[in-house]
Structures are given as C-alpha cells and as structure tokens.
Write a protein that binds this ligand. Structure first.
Ligand SMILES: Cc1cc2nc3c(=O)[nH]c(=O)nc-3n(C[C@H](O)[C@H](O)[C@H](O)COP(=O)(O)OP(=O)(O)OC[C@H]3O[C@@H](n4cnc5c(N)ncnc54)[C@H](O)[C@@H]3O)c2cc1C
Length: 398
C-alpha cells in the first residue's frame, strides 16, 4: 500500500490537510483511530465567523447558533463586552462539532482522499534512515502503509512528532485540563459567548458558557494542569453551576473531559514529515481555541504537500515552506498570546478586577494590542513593568 501522504488523525487539521493535498493532485490517506469522525465531541464548539471567508464548509447544518460577540466577566462580576468582529477566534458561531468535522472529512473524500476508521498509527516506518510511512493497527490487524510524507494531525496527545524526534512535549504549565456539560432546558437567554475569569473560579483558565440555541448551552471549564489535581476541574465547574440557578435548572445532554495545549508552537517539519493543528501546538494560548488555526494550517500544509509531490522533493528544506507560511499567517499572534497568557498568570483577582474596570467602557472597535496596553498603562502605571514585554512585541506588530 503506497500513498503520497498518510495523515494520522481525522480531526479538522487532518481533513483539511487531506482535502487540499488531494485537490493539488496528491494520493492521500487519512487514518483515524475512532469509529466515527468527530465523535465523541471534545469541544466548546465556538469558532470565529472568519471561517465564512475560507469556503471550507458547505451549507449551514454545522452551525448551532450565531453569536453577537463575547462577554468577559472579572472575578467581581465586572463585564467587558466585545463585538464578534474582535472577540477572538472562539466566538461568532457555536457549531455542532460532529457535523463540522464530518463535513470537513466529506470535502476531503470528495477531493479524492481515502479514509480508514478504527485505524491507529502505532509507529513510523523508516527506509535508509528516512521516514517512509506509518505502521498501523486496524481492529486486530497490524500492517504498514508506505508514504513519502507523514502528517501528524493526531491532536493534543500527538505522538507522531515525538516519534520523528521533534520536541513536542507539553509541560503542565502549558496544558489546560477541561471538562464541559452540554446543558439543556436552561432558563437563560443570550446571544453572547461568556467567559468568567478568576483564581477561585478557574485557576489559570476560565469558565465558558456558549449558547447552542433552544435553551441548550455548553458550560465548561479549563484550568491549568500545573494548578490542578484529579477531579478539580469538575468540582470547580459543579460549584460554578451550583451558584447559578438558571444553569442549575438545566439537565445534561453530554459530559466531556479533554485537554488543550496552551503552549508555544513547536518545530513542525522534518524530512518527510509535517505537524498540523493541536499536534503542532497551534491552539491559542489565551483562549485554548484551535479550530481556526487547524483550518488555516491544514490548508497551507495541503498546498505544500501538493507542491512536494509535484516536484518529488520531500526533505525538511522543501517542507519548511509550510512552517514559513503558517508563521506569516498566524505565528506572531500565537506567540503574542502565549506571552499574554504568561503575564496574566501573575495577575491576582484584584488586578483582573482593576483591568476589567478600566476596559468596561473601552472602545474595542479600535482594538490593537498596543493601544490596549497603552490604555491600561495610562490608567495603571504600576502595570508598566508587567506589560513591558508585550508592549515591545506590539510595537513591532501593531
Ligand atoms: C473541552 C474542550 C473545549 C474546546 N473548545 C474549543 C472551542 O470552543 N473552540 C476552538 O476553536 N477550540 C476548542 N478546543 C480545541 C479544539 O478542539 C482543538 O484545537 C481542535 O480539535 C484541533 O483539531 P485537530 O484536528 O488538530 O485535533 P483533533 O480534533 O483532536 O483530532 C485529532 C484526531 O486524531 C486522532 N488520533 C490521535 N492519535 C491517533 C493515532 N495514533 N492514529 C490515528 N488517529 C489518531 C484522534 O482520534 C482525533 O480524531 C477545545 C478543546 C477541548 C478539549
């Protein structure tokens, strides 16, 4: 069995990579360990409406609801409202992730990609010391799949990069432990995604309430693994819900637990190998959102695979074009948001309240990191030292 590219993981990053590689003429296979694409859903299901411009999803069946923006609440309840245009990558739509993922996989199949379910990659193949495919386990059978390029689209628990010798280790300080209920019959009405901050509420993370329509809400929490212990995320979420009668009235349709990397992106190419999506640590370090960058990175990866197949060059040098392009498209934002995360981790609840108070009437239409930091420093000169690294970065980027 020989393919131009074998893609490990049939999540958004894998399917989009497969689609664009296949459209560029490559013979592509997705191997997915699950029995159904997109199931079980492990997501808050929020995504920016920017994806409308990318034409990657047909129809509207994957959209559960459309948001007006985001509301962020500081520990003392001060609210900062952001319009959907500037609210970040996790607001705009709340989606049905299972339908969303299956629509992306359908587009990959339509472009000519093959898909194998219940097929888990268990190691890399090597020929003359070069990666030459993957060893897989399909049900009880183990066999080899040869390929010129292996793509690690295997999510937060990614092993593919590690097998290839890339440093993909995520430290507990760079990992969010998440749990979420989908609650229905909730007596609450909003078209905003809501985020609740505070060391007591969600240490190193936040609680989210994302409306899915018809009284149904994704209510979840992410806390930093380094500040967590077994069961803590669920305990904190249960406590949050218990304090909100309108949520307490809801009944659960789904409970999930998962993790999101909030790390710096890693080296994403090697000879005959690419990493995309969460496997590339492309999730945003502030929000933990990784859907938009999975789509963006997947498209770039697919295009580059197409070119590599056309020229029959699969070395790191050629494939580095993928890394250059994703860095140009969203690399600076990932790095900036990682720095913001690190700075915010030092903020106590009092500082968060103070920041929210200064920002509650801020005209966010003029949003840029630099203008935001300047406004904060003007009001709170004591923050100057803490925000200085961010200011330097923003001066370069605007
Ligand atoms: C609780 C929670 C809430 C979240 N909420 C949001 C949100 O609201 N908005 C947002 O943008 N992001 C959110 N995220 C993050 C988002 O889900 C990920 O960034 C996104 O799924 C990344 O896509 P991916 O394709 O890289 O990885 P995944 O979607 O994780 O897909 C990886 C796939 O690889 C498969 N796989 C793994 N190992 C192997 C193997 N060895 N062989 C074969 N297959 C394998 C897995 O089964 C999986 O299907 C959330 C994450 C969690 C856990």
């Amino acid at each position: 069995m020989k393919y131009d590219a074998v893609i490990v993981g049939g999540g958004p990053a894998g399917s989009v990579t497969a689609r664009f590689a296949a459209e560029a003429g490559a013979k592509v296979l997705i191997v997915e360990r699950r029995a159904e694409i997109g199931v079980p859903v492990l997501c808050g299901e929020g995504i920016s409406q920017r994806i409308d411009n990318w034409g990657m999803l047909e129809g509207k069946k994957w959209i559960a609801s459309t948001m007006d923006g985001a509301k962020i609440f500081s520990p003392d309840g001060t609210m900062v409202t952001l319009s959907k245009e500037i609210a970040g990558d996790e607001t705009g739509y709340v989606v049905y992730r299972d339908i969303f993922d299956q629509e992306l996989a359908r587009k990959a199949a339509q472009a000519g990609a093959d898909i194998r379910l219940k097929t888990k990659a268990v190691g890399l193949l090597k020929k003359n010391d070069k990666i030459s495919g993957v060893k897989v386990q399909e049900f009880d059978e183990t066999y080899d799949i040869e390929a010129d390029i292996v793509v690690g689209a295997d999510g937060v628990e990614s092993k593919v990069g590690h097998w290839a010798g890339l440093d993909t280790i995520v430290k507990p300080r760079d990992l969010e432990t998440c749990v979420q209920y989908t609650l229905t019959n909730v007596d609450y009405n909003t078209d905003y995604c809501e985020f609740y901050l505070g060391k007591e509420i969600a240490p190193g993370g936040y609680v989210w309430i994302f409306p899915k329509g018809k009284g149904t809400y994704n209510v979840g929490i992410g806390i930093l693994a380094s500040l967590s212990r077994p069961g803590k995320a669920k305990q904190l979420l249960d406590r949050f819900i218990a304090g909100r009668p309108e949520l307490q009235k809801g009944e659960p349709l789904r409970f999930i637990a998962g993790a999101v990397p909030v790390a710096k992106p890693v080296r994403t190419v090697a000879d005959n190998l690419l990493l995309v999506g969460d496997a590339a640590r492309h999730a945003d370090a502030i929000t933990g959102g990784g859907l938009t960058t999975s789509l963006q990175g997947g498209k770039i990866a697919g295009d580059v695979i197409g070119q590599a197949v056309e020229h029959h060059i699969f070395d790191e040098d050629f494939l580095s074009s993928y890394e250059k392009q994703w860095k140009a498209e969203f690399g600076k934002k990932l790095l900036r948001d990682y720095m913001v995360k690190e700075i915010m981790l030092d903020f106590d609840d009092k500082t968060l309240n103070m920041l929210a108070d200064s920002l509650k009437n801020y005209k966010f239409e003029e949003f840029s990191t630099l203008s935001l930091v300047k406004a904060l420093v003007l009001k709170h000169p004591t923050l100057l030292m803490k925000l200085k690294p961010l200011m330097k970065l923003s001066e370069v980027q605007g």
